[in-house]
Design a binder for this molecule. Structure first.
Ligand code: OSB
Ligand code: MG
Length: 374
């Protein structure tokens, strides 16, 4: 049983080591929303809400998630007896539309509390079976092709098992072709367009077929399925949906319509772990591979993603780069690392997240905080 008696929200700011540019915007510094959940039994959980400053990935931002948690979501949990962590999704979903990332942060924090109460590593509570996760890198849009080639080459040399190249009109076929030429036919490459195209671009996108990519991620609108289905008919390369898969039902629709053949699961985007597992299970039943996406999380959010990615149908490398790819210093210790084969270890030695949160550093980085009590 979970009974929260206090939740603390904090905003910290962490500059990215290098700007991260996607077709819909650029991030230089992350405004990170962290939550601390205090259970009446004395168990305590850090959680991360994966919103950013701007609504260019989803409609949520840190400035929508914060008041939504304070006014609408946290009051449903604080002081209430919640029989199981698996009930939290339904409690938060009831008559509150959208706000998946805000809901997910609370829900996943409750799963962490339940894991600690059960004495289980979070990965085990989720049903994870892997002890290490294959990792890919997501390369933002670079200043020129030469820089992109250099980064892709370095990434493969460092052990990354997949290189995802962000594309946009004018920075697509030629750029990806140049990388393919430089790294050879065996390297695992994919492209992510973050909604930069329309169906009118189908012929152009079909030129990517010649580059035998693992997949093309979310070429069309963030909420589209029907046009992706039309596009998939015209491409040999599998489409992978990210933004469009906001729930189990959307994953089912993708399958029914043929709108994609792979799913990028980001727990924040779908409202937390219960939906992530439901999507994972549905995809497994229908032979649709999944992988865990990222939202430039701090080491805290990364711990949740790594735990999720240990489930059996996460058969493709996740966007789970080590801390040093993003930050000069992370907020967890030890920081997340990857071995020379591109593997990240799942923390299995302790209950819960299994990593130490650097609370002093978080306090020092906090630019605003708010406490909600019963
Ligand atoms: O589309 O997957 C995306 C980051 C922010 C918003 C959207 C996306 C991304 C990434 C980053 O690709 C992946 C990572 O966290 O390394
Ligand atoms: Mg994406």
């Amino acid at each position: 049983m979970i009974r929260l008696d206090r939740i603390v929200l904090r905003e910290i700011r962490l500059p990215l080591r290098e700007p991260f540019r996607i077709s819909s915007g650029e991030m230089r510094e992350r405004r990170i929303l962290l939550l601390e959940l205090f259970d009446a039994t004395g168990v305590h959980a850090w959680a991360e809400c994966v919103v950013d400053d701007a609504p260019n990935y989803s409609s949520e931002t840190i400035d929508t998630a914060w008041p939504t948690i304070v006014r609408w979501l946290a009051p449903r949990l604080i002081g209430a007896d919640v029989a199981s962590h698996t009930d939290v999704h339904g409690i938060l979903e009831q008559d509150v539309r959208g706000h998946h990332m805000a809901k997910a942060a609370l829900e996943m924090g409750c799963w962490n509390i339940a894991a600690q109460q059960a004495g289980l590593p979070l990965a085990r509570l989720l049903g994870g079976t892997r002890a290490q996760i294959a990792t890919g890198i997501s390369l933002g849009i670079q200043r020129d092709v030469a820089t992109l080639i250099a980064k892709a080459t370095e990434s493969l040399a460092a052990g990354y098992q997949k290189v995802k190249i962000k594309i946009a009109p004018g920075r697509d076929i030629e750029w990806v072709a140049a990388v393919r030429h430089a790294v050879g036919d065996d390297a695992h490459l994919m492209a992510d367009a973050n909604n930069a195209y329309t169906l009118a671009d189908a012929e152009r996108l079909a030129q990517l077929d010649a580059l035998h990519l693992m997949m093309i991620e979310q070429p069309l609108a963030h909420d589209d399925l029907v046009r992706h289905a039309e596009l998939q008919k015209r491409l040999r390369t599998p489409l992978c949906l990210d933004e469009s898969i906001t729930s189990l039902e959307r994953a089912q629709d993708m399958h029914t319509l043929g709108a994609g053949r792979i799913v990028n699961i980001k727990p924040g985007r779908v409202g937390g772990f219960a939906q992530s597992i439901a999507i994972h299970d549905f995809c497994e039943e229908h032979s649709i591979p999944v992988w865990c996406g990222g939202m430039l999380e701090s080491g805290i959010g990364r711990a949740y993603n790594v735990a999720l990615a240990s489930l059996p149908n996460f058969t493709l490398p996740g966007d789970l780069s080590p801390s040093a790819r993003y930050w000069t210093q992370d907020v967890v210790s030890p920081e997340w690392t990857m071995d020379a084969r591109g593997m990240v270890q799942v923390p299995l030695a302790e209950p819960g997240l299994g990593i130490a949160v650097d609370e002093d550093r978080i306090r020092a980085l906090t630019v605003r905080s708010e406490e909600i009590r019963a």
